[in-house]
Design a binder for this molecule. Structure first.
Ligand SMILES: [Zn+2]
Length: 285
């Protein structure tokens, strides 16, 4: 979030912001981060995370941060709701120097509601900041878009599959059911190949999540069903023939555990050393 920091600290936060792409969760997280920074009382790095305002913001208790929640069941954000926000925006902040309005799934505002919001965008009170969240900036009227700073969180809702990770996962899954451990050990040095350790970790994590999908598919095949989710259904079929349902479940648990160890920032070399034996022992009859 470094680029957001710069804008916040130089005080150039515009009164309207659109946060697009990534996931609903990430969009809200980013919006709350910006909101905390705007109400933060620290003289230095905002949000400091320690002041009263930051603590209130983190616990959703700050009187100057409003979130119009809308889950995926909601069909429409009504013009009345926007009018209410608009009149509130003309009342001075309670305790911070800013007042922040976060609107989730803001694309649910119909044209009438968007136009109601536009009125306040045209002459915003200097302390007000409106943060609109949605999948894409294209759900908003051009007049709204042109007045907002757009924060593109990159990667789409469902990130494209990493073909390389899919291939490695499929090779690993096949190696797990080969009679010799060597088959698996020949593959794993790939997770230590890049000079950048974070890249290695991220590749291993992608491969692990793909492995989980393959194991899950294999378990589904064993029940006679056919609804696959992985990108390597043939590998899943092979595993279904060679492994018991119990072994597949153990493999899923083992993969999740390894991914967790990476997230906890566990000793990466140790994780790699144990990778093969952890997976193979989960698949042992
Ligand atoms: Zn603070």
């Amino acid at each position: 979030m470094r680029n957001i920091d710069i804008k916040l600290e130089s005080g150039t936060m515009p009164s309207a912001v659109i946060i697009e792409r990534s996931t609903e969760e990430k969009r809200l997280e980013t919006a709350l981060y910006i909101a905390s920074a705007l109400v933060c009382e620290s003289e230095e790095k905002k949000p400091c995370g320690n002041c009263m305002a930051c603590i209130k913001a983190q616990s959703s208790n700050h009187p100057d941060i409003f979130v119009l929640e809308s889950d995926s069941d909601r069909k429409l954000i009504k013009v009345d709701e926007i009018r209410e926000i608009r009149s509130d925006a003309y009342i001075l902040p309670n305790e911070a120097s800013k007042k922040v309005y976060i609107i989730e799934n803001a694309g649910l505002m119909n044209e009438q509601a968007q136009n109601a919001l536009l009125k306040v965008f045209e002459e915003p009170p200097e302390y007000a900041c409106f943060i609109l969240l949605d999948k894409s900036r294209n759900v908003f009227l051009e007049t709204i878009r042109s007045r907002a700073m757009i924060i593109d969180l990159g990667q789409n809702e469902q990130p494209e599959k990493d073909e390389n990770a899919v291939k490695i996962a499929s090779d690993m899954a096949q190696a797990i059911v080969k009679p010799y451990e060597l088959a698996l050990m020949e593959i794993t040095p790939i997770f230590d190949k890049d000079k950048d350790k974070e890249k290695n970790k991220s590749l291993l994590k992608k491969v692990l999540s793909e492995l989980v999908l393959i194991f899950r598919d294999a378990a589904v095949y064993k029940t006679g069903a056919n609804s696959t989710v992985s990108s390597a259904p043939d590998t899943a079929k092979l595993l279904a023939e060679r492994l018991t349902a119990n072994e597949l479940i153990k493999l899923i648990a083992a993969s999740d555990k390894i991914a967790e160890a990476i997230d906890r920032n566990g000793n990466y070399n140790l994780i790699l050393t144990r990778l093969c034996s952890t997976l193979r022992s989960a698949a042992e009859h």
